[in-house]
Write a protein that binds this ligand. Structure first.
Ligand SMILES: [Zn+2]
Length: 310
């Protein structure tokens, strides 16, 4: 989850794009017509480029209010996203009781059942309720879910409460996707962040303790100091760094490539669809690198856990 109201942001983006095209058409002069056909041609070329790549969105959300499944699928259809790894995360500053996370996971299961070829469900849980969380993994796995995510800030990723959960994920080869904070490092931590938010250093700590576990550091575009995060995560080979978020500063992906590399970067949107794809396309990447980031890297992980999406 990110810090701005993404529905509003996406709606604004869509409407401003539409009004741009419409505005030129209304001008009516030959020059304006030329501008329209030029824009249409550029858009067509860009969309061909977008649709050329197979894609898995490694960070997607569903719920009944803000992240409606049909809105996710509408964007995914238009942008050539084959599959979305969905979760209904436990909201920050809430207790995250078993009743809460079970209900959220039930909604994810419902979405998966409605669209089994599109949605890959990942499990929300809270290690403060350790036994219930371990049982939830089994229950959700039986229902076809694969992986944990998006884990939130109820407990730090390197807290010992997580150990049995991570060990279980190692046994079943599940990806573990955890939220990352906003505003940390050379700037001060955003005061709204809870004390148990997982910092990049916490990811490195747990990744070293469990080198065989597979972690996913969520959304470097989510508002963190991404330069700092990439530098810290550079030497944690079992941590994927996922690119989603609505803070899409120029050069972020190029910078991440330098520190994290093409084998550990994974594409995600976190409901910022245009931005998620645009920043990969605008980075200085080869075809093969784009393929790995959009699809190949995460699909390999899913395969280890028993889901072959190829
Ligand atoms: Zn998040």
């Amino acid at each position: 989850m990110l810090k701005i109201n993404r529905r509003k942001f996406v709606a604004n983006t869509v409407s401003s794009g539409a009004s741009l095209a419409l505005g030129s058409r209304l001008l009516g002069s030959p020059r304006a017509e030329y501008a329209v056909s030029d824009t249409v041609e550029k858009t067509r070329n860009l969309m061909q480029e977008v649709l050329k790549y197979r894609k898995i969105d490694a960070h997607a959300h569903v719920d009944e209010e803000h992240y409606k499944p049909e809105v996710n699928l509408d964007f995914a259809d238009r942008l050539g996203i084959e599959k979305l790894m969905i979760s209904d995360f436990i909201r920050p500053h809430t207790e995250g009781t078993p009743d809460d996370f079970r209900a959220r996971n039930n909604f994810v299961i419902k979405c998966m059942k409605a669209h089994p070829d599109r949605f890959i469900g990942t499990v929300a849980l809270n290690p403060r309720y350790q036994q219930a969380s371990l049982e939830e993994i089994d229950r959700c796995r039986d229902a076809g879910m694969i992986g944990l995510g998006e884990l939130y800030n109820q407990v730090k990723i390197n807290d010992p409460l997580y150990y049995p959960i991570i060990e279980k994920c190692i046994d079943i080869s599940w990806n573990i996707m955890m939220h990352s904070p906003i505003g940390y490092s050379r700037v001060k931590l955003n005061p709204r962040e809870p004390k148990d938010i997982s910092l990049p250093e916490d990811f490195v700590d747990i990744a070293r303790r469990y080198p065989e576990a597979m972690f996913q550091f969520a959304h470097i575009g989510g508002g963190i100091d991404w330069e700092h995060a990439c530098k810290i995560l550079k030497d944690a080979p079992n941590v994927f760094v996922e690119t989603s978020g609505s803070n899409n500063e120029a050069n972020m992906i190029d910078f991440a490539m330098k520190y994290i590399g093409e084998d550990r970067l994974v594409f995600g949107c976190d409901y910022s669809f245009y931005q998620g794809i645009g920043q990969i396309l605008s980075a200085k990447l080869t075809e093969a690198q784009r393929e790995k980031i959009f699809f190949g890297n995460i699909s390999k992980r899913l395969k280890k856990g028993g889901r072959d999406v190829d």
